[in-house]
Design a protein around this ligand. Sequence first.
Ligand SMILES: Cc1cc2nc3c(=O)[nH]c(=O)nc-3n(C[C@H](O)[C@H](O)[C@H](O)COP(=O)(O)O)c2cc1C
Ligand code: SF4
Ligand code: SF4
Length: 431
Amino acid sequence: MADLSINLAGIRSPNPFWLASAPPTNTGYQVQRAFEAGWGGAVWKTLGEPIINTSSRFAAVHFGGQRVAGFNNIELISDRPLEVNLREIAETKKRFPDRAVVASLMVEPTREKWHEIVKMVEAVGVDGLELNFGCPHGMAERGMGAASGQQPDLVELQTMWVKEVATTPVIVKLTPNITDITATARAAVRGGANAISLINTINSLAGVDLDSWNTVPHVGGKGAHGGYCGPAVKPIALNMVAECARNPEVGVPISGIGGISDWRDTAEFLLMGATGVQVCTAAMHHGFRIVEDMIDGLNDYLDEKGLSSIAELVGQTVPRYSDWGNLDLNYKVVARINRDICINCNKCHIACEDTSHQCIDMLTDPSGSYLEVVEEDCVGCNLCSIVCPVDGAIDMVELVPEQEPVTWNERQSAIAMLQSVRDQSTKEAIS
Ligand SMILES: Cc1cc2nc3c(=O)[nH]c(=O)nc-3n(C[C@H](O)[C@H](O)[C@H](O)COP(=O)(O)O)c2cc1C
Ligand code: SF4
Ligand code: SF4
């Protein structure tokens, strides 16, 4: 059995699975039930000035038979009195001293407000703080959440204010509604953040009802943009985590969030540089007990890989993630169709013929018709293998390189060097 425990910037938990700040962590009753089920930590539903939530606030995108491929919400932060939340946090921490209890905070951007709330939550024994600079709706219009989180100078300043009084580790939660996530990640680090967490939800509108013409969801016939999360956002979140993990100016532990539904997603985030993960939509869809499979699955995976701890997995893929300009232009893969597995559905032929490079030929021999890839014309785009409904019917095969590896950046610097040699000789010839 591998050691699943983590230490995220000084916040310890028996496993890397935390519930994200959201409806599953709204009350002590819920968080304690989650801990009974096995969750290693919980980031409490964001605390701040009392707010009023709307009725009708969630919507989901079901896609291709999968329910809740994406989840959309217009919910704000906790609408429960602060003192009730604080009392329940204290009770929860007392009952589960080995679990991570982190307070998510969002207040008006003034030094006094931040100091006040930090002191209050630390007094009830939280293990750390998460600053919510990500909520994309409702709070942003009041200068909080994403309105702060989209401005690096405000992220830095508010993090600094928190660090002036905080005695527990400070995690800054980032909004994905920004062009370059590392700009705010670096700002958080400059402000003294001990860790970052990402992503919060992505600006979204789940849909429009074609009968009533109302937005989905709507509040009495009116809609407003919400925040998107769930499986659909995982690739966006994974890239943002990777961008932060590989940026030397970030350099603090990362709590990965966004579309994590099982141990596999978790392992991917860990490989891409996250020290631990947070989960919201999957728990809302399937309940707290999903953590049992997550723990078992991750443990089996580590055993299978011969690893004794989570730490040995964290960041292993980061050095393999780079900019496009550093990819080898002479690396080549081609598609190969396995005739004995192929069911002749023709999907690959249509995809390649209509939208790729017209290199899957339809042939016949005495045993019937079959498909074959013209390897010289195949550009290795993967489309045929993506659309193929049968596992193993198409292999993408690596060819032995005919030329030395060369990247676009190397090619451009070689061209620039040649050009400067040529310019120099022209100058010499003229003078
Ligand atoms: C209904 C709902 C309410 C949320 N409320 C908060 C919140 O109060 N504070 C916060 O930091 N994030 C909040 N989030 C964002 C989640 O913590 C998380 O960042 C996001 O859902 C992505 O994770 P997921 O794909 O696992 O759901 C909320 C998400 C949902 C769906
Ligand atoms: S990999 Fe792309 S180009 Fe090659 S056969 Fe498949 S679809 Fe065509
Ligand atoms: S898509 Fe797959 S199963 Fe269908 S014809 Fe192509 S290789 Fe065969």
